[in-house]
Design a protein around this ligand. Structure first.
Ligand code: ADP
Length: 490
């Protein structure tokens, strides 16, 4: 396919380009910040830092003013912070002066700035001044910081003037400019290569997975999804492999289902047609034969409707549209009723159902569905029990886990490798005989109902000795719970 007509290629290119663009945008932002902070605003940063530091120095001096060792502290602060200090009393008389530039500072120096800055400070309502002045004696920029000092009662205690040098940052800026330029170029090249690599790294597994997904969409369920590189791609590949596996199973099941359903429907339909034709062409006038053939037609129709009903029931159960209709009932009584129902039909065929109840016990579950489960298990037991002794054993056992219900027959048993298959839809053993009435759905319905309830179930079987199907009703109701349920709520 031409790449232009392949939406997949177009989309992938976009993913790559987008990742690359985002990366480059990030690099540009980094450059911009670097240039702004390192070059353009460096001087401004430096000055504001210097002002903050000088204000702190002033603060220290103000708090020390008036103490006995003020001049010692002031000298120490002056040398430590490379700051000239001038302290004046409330009338502007000098109290303390220390210059670290041999008298060349802007305060006492040639221009005797003290007087000038004192006026400036006194005129300033905020009581603080901050000036940037060029000192031509020292040929450098200076910072003049002044503040008014107050006593505790709020009266003026004096004035503090500080002078500190502002180191020229031009040379630093030009060095930084050159450095930043080199870093910018290196970073641009590196960022470009890295972004292309990252874009490829992220998009390659996605492209690969998308190709595989396309193959899957065309019905190739054995396509391999490979992630690689990072956890999300691996997870995606793993999930899609799982989905492909499930899809293949579903398709296989669908194929089997169609094969089984069509087989199961075709057989009774063929028989119906054959016997109907026989009645029309041959036995129509012979009442005995006609009766016989009509009975077969009725039996086959029953078999058909049984199959269709089971199919409907199972699909309803599996679709999740059916909700459980919970009620509290005595399981021993319920089982006794089911056994009675079966005894009538099975006894005239020679079957004998032995029921061993435990003490009566209240359970809370969907009664009609549990009825169906027990019925299906007894049906199977009748169908598959030994044709010689025709015995079926139904047992109720109250255990700490719940009420365990067992249905045992004395038939041929089930081969071990078949046990895990019998609960599958439409599974019927190859050696099952046609006279055994069944749809291959009975145990699937049992499984669906018990799964809805969340009950454990299973089968113990030994070849030649028969099988015991069991399940455990976990929702046992205690007497107090039952009483509380009986009381109408206030
Ligand atoms: P059906 O009985 O209609 O074939 P089921 O889903 O009830 O369908 O059972 C599936 C298969 O499990 C049966 O075809 C049979 O091979 C096996 N099976 C079920 N119950 C028994 C049993 N009690 N003894 C031996 N085999 C059984």
């Amino acid at each position: 396919m031409h790449p232009k007509h392949n939406p997949l290629v177009g989309r992938n290119l976009q993913i790559r380009v987008k990742i690359w663009l985002f990366f480059m945008l990030f690099v540009c932002i980094v450059f911009l910040l670097m240039w702004l902070f390192q070059v353009i605003f460096l001087e401004w940063f430096y000055e504001s830092m210097k002002i903050r530091d000088t204000a702190k120095v002033a603060q220290n001096l103000v708090s020390a003013y008036g103490t006995e060792d003020f001049s010692d502290r002031a000298s120490e602060i002056s040398y430590q912070n490379e700051t000239c200090i001038e302290v004046l009393d409330e009338d502007g008389r000098e109290q303390y002066y220390n210059c670290i530039y041999n008298g060349k500072c802007l305060l006492h120096g040639r221009d005797n700035g003290t007087f000038f800055y004192l006026i400036d400070l006194q005129n300033h309502k905020s009581g603080v001044i901050c000036r940037r002045v060029f000192n031509d004696q020292l040929q450098s920029q200076m910072l003049i910081y002044g503040c008014t000092m107050y006593w505790k009662d709020g009266s003026v205690a004096g004035y503090l003037l500080l002078n500190t040098a502002l180191v020229p940052v031009e040379s630093t800026v030009s060095i930084l400019k050159r450095q930043t330029m080199i870093i910018t170029m290196l970073l641009a090249a590196f960022g470009f290569i890295l972004s292309v690599c990252v874009a490829n790294y992220i998009s390659t597994p996605l492209v690969r997975i998308t190709h595989s997904a396309k193959r899957l969409a065309h019905g190739d369920y054995h396509t391999q999804f490979t992630g690689g590189g990072y956890a999300e791609a691996d997870d995606l590949a793993e999930t899609l492999t799982y989905a492909a596996h499930e899809l293949s199973k579903t398709e296989e099941m669908q194929r089997d289902l169609i094969a089984n359903v069509s087989h199961d429907l075709r057989t009774p339909l063929t028989m119906l047609k054959a016997y109907a034709e026989m009645i029309r062409d041959l036995s129509g006038d012979n009442p005995v034969k006609r009766e016989q053939h009509l009975n077969i037609i009725i039996e086959e129709t029953d078999r058909l409707s049984l199959l269709v009903n089971d199919m409907l029931d199972l699909s309803k159960l599996e679709s999740g549209t059916q909700k459980l209709n919970y009620s509290t009932f005595d399981i021993a009584e319920c089982m006794q009723e089911i056994v009675y129902r079966y005894e009538g039909i099975s006894e005239h065929m020679g079957y004998h159902i032995h029921f061993t109840p435990d003490v009566s016990c209240l359970v809370r579950c969907d009664e009609s569905k549990i009825n169906r489960v027990i019925g299906n298990l007894i049906n199977n037991a009748i169908n598959y029990t030994s044709k010689e002794d025709k015995q079926i054993f139904v047992t109720q056992k109250n255990t700490p886990e719940g009420v365990r219900i067992e249905v045992r027959d004395t038939g041929d048993g089930i081969e071990e490798d078949k046990i895990k298959l019998i609960f599958d839809k439409y599974y019927r053993s190859e050696n099952h005989k046609r006279e055994v009435v069944g749809t291959g759905l009975g145990l699937s319905i049992v499984k669906a109902i018990l799964k809805m309830h969340g009950y454990d179930y299973g089968v113990n079987s030994k070849l030649g000795e028969g099988s015991t199907f069991w399940f455990v009703i976990r929702d046992v109701v205690t007497d107090t719970e039952a009483e509380a349920e009986d009381k109408p709520s206030a």
